[in-house]
Design a protein around this ligand. Structure first.
Ligand code: FE2
Length: 477
């Protein structure tokens, strides 16, 4: 390959493509791994196989690489494999990139017109014994949970009609049901949304379609024991713009925000759309229903957090000028008037996680990442720009926070929560730490309840791990 990756921030420094598929048995561990931490931590990482066809591209276009850290009896093994999507295979055969602008099929090489362009780079879902690599512009791809071999595109045995599947499905911790949706379900830039439920055995039980108020970037949704909540923040797609070679996403604040709420086992005709001022949110934290009230916790910013969306929208705002917070929005379904109660529950940050058992219920504790300028100057890594440099545990009801800062030349990626088998123990958090001076990565294991202790174990990784998006812990059964 003589063509080089671009010198842009999305492809240099810690963001330089890694492209390494590997098996490493027995990573070096400093400290002691808890004996009740047995299982596999899967991470999805965008990692472009070839330089972009049009000279530059966004981080989120990278081919999906899944890494699996397997924890067993005090040992850790690492396996990394590309998801062999249709796009990955076609480009592999051609030895070059064949796809153009981010989520714009009209800019692709004629040889791949009409072919799959999903990269499965966002979330590894584990449900009913299946491992599915997800990205929201397409269906998932099933992988062998042990070998990470790609088994094929996943459509629930031919039952799924939606062309897409969110990277943020929600699993009910009591029933094991899988709730998910797909937006642009009927094709690029359509308003079609498919709302789906699979049972604990992974059988698709229901798929209902509805039209969103506008074709919005619906990255995430959230479910309570009684309701499903859909976001429509005003980052929008337009087919004509795409046909002209334009960007998929443009910020249109004049549309405002819309939040749809329906009974989770009800009919989509029961959806009630609430209106709210324009804002941008990618991740819901959790939600729960209390009588007629639906409480929804989320990470919000005043404008899109992704620089490429702001640039494509003509919005010239630097990253430090983007303001946000964690907020709780409360909707009263008994009130015929759309009034949304809003209160801030924590300072700006993202990639929120909580114990799986707390999902869909009133809860106490969340963990998330923040960029704190008092720790050090920003270091570009990952999809947004400045990498996170602080891990925070937030007690939602009291606002009490504890924070583990990184060293000034380190950033951290999304933490995954690992349940402890010990009664009364809050469990552990595992996360990749990017060591920018060494051009290497480590994995930190911390006690969730005692962040200030720092890592109880540090796992040395003999290479740089590109920033992942989301991860999933699967306990050994
Ligand atoms: Fe996400």
């Amino acid at each position: 390959m003589t063509e080089r990756f671009p010198e842009s921030p999305q492809f240099t420094g810690h963001n330089a493509p890694c492209r390494i598929e590997c098996d490493i048995r027995d990573l070096v561990v400093e400290g002691t791994l808890p004996d009740d931490m047995q299982g596999t931590w899967y991470r999805s990482v965008p990692d472009p196989q070839y330089p972009p066809m049009l000279g530059d591209d966004v981080y989120l276009s990278g081919d999906g690489m899944v890494s699996a850290f397997r924890f067993e009896a005090g040992h850790v093994d690492l396996r990394m494999r590309y998801v062999q999507t249709e796009r990955w295979l076609n480009e592999r055969a051609a030895r070059r990139s064949l796809h153009g602008r981010y989520r714009n099929p009209f800019t692709d090489d004629p040889s791949v017109r009409g072919k799959g362009r999903g990269v499965a780079n966002t979330t590894p879902l584990y449900h009913a014994g299946r491992l599915i690599a997800l990205k929201e512009d397409s269906r998932g791809w099933e992988l062998d949970p042990q070998t990470l071999e790609t088994l094929g595109e996943f459509d629930f045995g031919g039952k799924l009609r939606s062309q897409t599947m969110t990277p943020h499905p929600r699993i009910d911790p009591q029933t094991g049901e899988l709730f998910f949706f797909g937006y642009e379900a009927g094709g690029v830039a359509t308003r079609d949304v498919a709302y789906c439920v699979a049972d604990a055995a992974g059988e698709l039980q229901r798929e209902q379609w509805f039209e969103a108020p506008f074709c919005a970037l619906m990255h995430d949704f959230v479910v309570t024991k009684e309701h499903a909540i859909f976001p429509c923040f005003p980052i929008t797609a337009d087919l004509d713009r795409l046909r002209q070679g334009g960007p998929h996403w443009v910020w249109e604040p004049e549309l405002g925000s819309r939040i749809g709420i329906m009974p989770r086992h009800g009919d989509v005709a029961e959806m009630r759309w609430f209106t709210a001022p324009a804002c941008s949110g990618f991740h819901y934290i959790n939600a729960f229903t209390d009588g007629s009230l639906v409480h929804v916790d989320m990470s919000l910013t005043d404008v899109p957090v992704f620089p490429f969306i702001r640039t494509d929208s003509g919005l010239r705002i630097e990253q430090y000028e983007v303001h946000g917070a964690l907020e709780r929005w409360t909707f009263d379904l008994a009130d015929p008037v759309d009034r949304i109660g809003r209160r801030v529950i924590g300072p700006s940050g993202d990639l929120p996680r909580l114990a799986d058992s707390d999902a869909m219920s009133d809860y106490e504790i969340l963990y998330y990442e923040r960029y704190d300028p008092s720790i050090g100057p920003p270091i570009t890594t990952g999809a947004v720009g400045p990498g996170f440099n602080a891990l925070t545990r937030l007690e939602v009801k009291t606002g009490r926070m504890t924070t583990l800062p990184m060293s000034p030349r380190a950033t951290l990626q999304e933490a995954v929560h690992i349940r402890s088998e010990r009664r009364g123990h809050e469990g552990y958090l595992a996360f990749v730490v990017d060591l920018h001076d060494e051009d290497l990565s480590e994995v930190f294991i911390v006690e969730a309840q005692n962040l200030s202790l720092g890592p109880i174990a540090r796992i040395k990784v003999p290479m740089r791990l590109r920033s992942g998006v989301h991860g999933t812990w699967v306990a050994r059964r």
